[in-house]
Design a protein around this ligand. Structure first.
Ligand SMILES: Nc1ncnc2c1ncn2[C@@H]1O[C@H](COP(=O)(O)OP(=O)(O)OP(=O)(O)O)[C@@H](O)[C@H]1O
Length: 235
């Protein structure tokens, strides 16, 4: 059995007193890619924001390698090895690619360096002098991934990396994420693009109305198409 890296128990959270996460139990083993699926509004983004410390939970437990971090601020969660690539890939538009990366690398020491990010994503090296707002959507996504990696995470939270990208560009991002998987980086992948999720993830979990209603291997999930459709509310 592989070791559990992220362990979430009975996590409850929401906005201004409303409940969005209604007791989430979910774990991610070290080195694994887990896809978190579910309809729009199920609570997936709320979940990754709460794990990252960007939203304070009402209750429950979030441990990373055994350390309790529920309610801790994002910078502390980051220090314990969690990085997020938020939906909409926030990069600093007026800054160049190189400046965006250097800022992320500040005060961090570890195996990830700006040259290593360029090695993983040569497109960013080619565009190093371009401003964030001069990049294509795919390049922005890669820059957001590079910024997250420079925090030297052991767990990467990816919120819909394929959002708004053309299929050929999704393939390029998939190639990068596949390399990170081979390098053993544990990843929680929130995705609407099932093709991408199935390509990368060994396991899938399905969220509905703020709870996890299913978890299985990707192979088993795909085998039972009727169940998958029912869980995801499609077809
Ligand atoms: N900042 C916010 N303030 C108030 N309500 C919010 C906020 N962000 C999300 N919500 C609400 O929380 C619920 C869950 O949204 P969330 O974005 O977590 O779902 P999701 O599964 O990530 O969906 P999507 O795929 O559309 O991003 C929705 O009802 C949404 O309207």
């Amino acid at each position: 059995m592989s070791q559990t890296l992220l362990s979430v128990r009975d996590l409850r959270a929401g906005y201004a007193g409303t409940t969005v996460l209604d007791g989430v139990d979910l774990s991610v083993p070290a080195g694994a890619v887990l896809a978190l699926l579910g309809r729009n509004g199920a609570g997936k983004s709320t979940f990754v924001h709460t794990v990252m410390g960007m939203l304070k939970p009402y209750g429950g437990s979030v441990t990373v390698a055994g350390v309790e971090l529920a309610g801790a601020p994002a910078h502390r969660v980051a220090r314990h090895g969690v990085a997020i690539v938020p939906q909409g890939r926030r990069v600093f538009a007026p800054l160049t690619v190189e400046e965006n990366l250097r800022i992320a690398a500040r005060r961090r020491t570890g195996e990830w360096t700006v040259p290593r990010v360029y090695e993983l994503m040569p497109r960013l090296a080619e565009r190093h002098a371009n401003r964030g707002d001069q990049l294509s959507g795919g390049e922005q996504q890669m820059l957001a991934i590079g910024r997250a990696l420079l925090g030297n995470p052991r767990l990467l939270l990816l919120d819909e990396p394929s959002d708004g990208l053309a299929p050929a560009v999704v393939d390029q991002v998939a190639g990068v994420l596949g390399t990170l998987r081979e390098q053993g980086l544990a990843t929680l992948l929130v995705e609407q693009n099932l093709h991408l999720a199935f390509q990368l993830a060994g396991e899938v979990a399905v969220m509905r109305k703020g709870r996890i209603v299913h978890r299985s291997s990707t192979v088993d999930f795909r085998r039972d198409e009727r169940q998958a459709r029912a869980l995801l509310g499609v077809g």
